[in-house]
Design a protein around this ligand. Structure first.
Ligand SMILES: Cc1cc2nc3c(=O)[nH]c(=O)nc-3n(C[C@H](O)[C@H](O)[C@H](O)COP(=O)(O)OP(=O)(O)OC[C@H]3O[C@@H](n4cnc5c(N)ncnc54)[C@H](O)[C@@H]3O)c2cc1C
Length: 261
């Protein structure tokens, strides 16, 4: 059994601050991390491997050469193989072009039974790449997965909903996107770290995954970021005055004005 996990290196958005004077994002010194939902996806794959020792866990990313560091972390957590899709032709990709490239990488790796991705990346924040990869590969997809059980050639999953969950059975090969409630990702082990630095990480360009440059990156992106800006800070808070009754009715009328209630 082969389980492939799509992993993305992202800036730790908890560390990104806004310059109070210029109103711009302060990116200096912001560490790059494994996208949190992807850590849950990888943990799910490793847990399957724990109980099925013949299973192989492969991680794949599209990104700049420095995404290697994150791939080594995944190897140190217990992944068996890692692949990096890196090429100038892949740059400036929106989710459509990103998923084309990732799907091409998965096709080259081949024979995958389960593909896991995070529900969402904390930088792009679209939650589109997982389902798009499934669509390009012609595979069934279940998003928001909070529990995974294997049953013969099927996977039984719980799909998180706003007010509960659905239990779905899906035929392998399939793609699942993970939410943080799925598990608690493990730490890298010392032996894992040592082994991770012995492993070779193949780096593939557009030719390696049989993609024409016009089918990847900015050229194949139907959307373009036209403008990006820091949202204006929220206005000052307002203290309501008067008796408890007056303050309560003042609060209600402000909530009504803003169509909150
Ligand atoms: C309109 C638009 C224009 C953009 N233009 C640019 C641009 O010019 N330059 C630029 O650098 N970026 C650009 N981006 C960002 C880029 O499209 C996204 O970083 C990328 O497509 C992934 O989308 P996401 O971050 O929303 O991931 P999501 O869809 O939220 O990610 C879901 C899951 O998919 C998997 N995944 C996502 N990305 C990768 C990856 N690269 N490798 C492996 N797995 C992955 C992970 O498992 C992740 O948890 C643009 C985004 C948009 C919406």
């Amino acid at each position: 059994m082969k389980i492939l996990v799509c992993v993305k290196q992202v800036p730790d958005t908890n560390e990104v601050k806004i310059d109070p004077v210029k109103g711009t994002l302060i990116r200096d010194g912001v560490p790059s991390i494994l996208n949190p939902d992807d850590a849950n996806a990888l943990e799910a794959a490793l847990a399957i491997k724990d109980s099925n020792p013949e299973a192989k866990v492969v991680v794949l990313t599209m990104g700049p050469p420095q995404a290697n560091v994150m791939l080594r972390e995944c190897l140190a957590m217990g992944a068996d193989e890692a692949y990096l899709l890196s090429d100038r032709a892949f740059g400036g990709a929106d989710t459509c072009a990103t998923s084309t490239t990732i799907a091409a990488g998965i096709k080259k790796i081949g024979d995958v039974d389960i593909i896991l991705a995070g529900r969402q990346a904390i930088d792009g924040d679209t939650a589109q790449v997982g389902p798009q990869v499934a669509q390009r590969l012609g595979l069934p997809v279940v998003t928001y997965v909070q529990d995974i059980q294997l049953k013969d050639d099927k996977v039984v999953v719980q799909r998180q909903m706003e007010d509960g969950y659905e239990v779905l059975e899906v035929q392998m090969p399939c793609l699942l996107t993970a939410v943080k409630e799925l598990n608690e990702p493990r730490y890298m082990s010392i032996y894992g770290i040592v082994d991770a630095y012995k492993k070779e990480i193949p780096m593939w360009n557009h030719e390696d995954v049989a993609l024409d440059p016009k089918d990847c990156g900015l050229k194949a992106s139907p959307t373009q970021v036209f403008r990006s800006f820091t949202p204006p800070p929220k206005g000052k808070g307002e203290m309501l005055k008067g008796s408890v009754k007056e303050m309560a009715s003042g609060l209600v009328s402000r909530l009504e004005e803003k169509h909150v209630i």
